[in-house]
Write a protein of this length. Structure first.
Length: 156
């Protein structure tokens, strides 16, 4: 195998940015619901109708993130209905598109506002960028992330 064709793959799991204050995936929905954003009542209505999820007030379910619907299930249900141009309960495909956009933007805001000391991510991205610039036409590495982590992307 030609050494110039070797590629390093960085596989970054959910904990990569935890030390920078970013919630883990299972913490995103509980933290999002605590925020009090204007679209939270719509989110709660959706979760009740689709997942029978009852949420009384912030912190009422604290300590048990496992009872929250996971984001994969939420987005899978939404995407399936949108793709098939079907209603999900009383939500039209257009309602679902708008709901999904609001939920994604809310979670991304949460992630961005949760950021604390992310110097290690900044340093890592600088090393990767410098290395890539030195290799010019080569493609020396790939980055695979398994979470909602946008911190590394913002630095790169």
């Amino acid at each position: 195998m030609n050494k110039e064709k070797l590629k390093c793959v960085f596989f970054l799991g959910a904990g990569f940015s935890k030390d920078a204050g970013i919630p883990l995936q299972q913490e995103l929905l509980p933290e999002y619901l605590k925020r009090g954003d204007k679209q939270i009542p719509d989110t709660l209505d959706f979760l009740l109708k689709i997942f029978s999820f009852k949420y009384k007030k912030p912190n009422s379910l604290e300590g048990d993130a496992n009872i929250y619907p996971n984001l994969e299930d939420i987005f899978s249900a939404i995407d399936t209905a949108i793709i098939n141009d079907e209603y999900l309960a009383n939500f039209s495909p257009n309602d679902l598109k708008n709901f999904k956009e609001d939920l994604v933007l809310g979670i991304l805001r949460l992630i961005n506002e949760s950021r604390g000391n992310d110097n290690y991510i900044k340093d890592f991205s600088k090393e990767l960028t410098d290395y890539r610039l030195k290799t010019e036409n080569n493609d020396p590495f790939a980055i695979i992330t398994t979470n909602w982590d946008i911190v590394l992307l913002t630095y790169i």
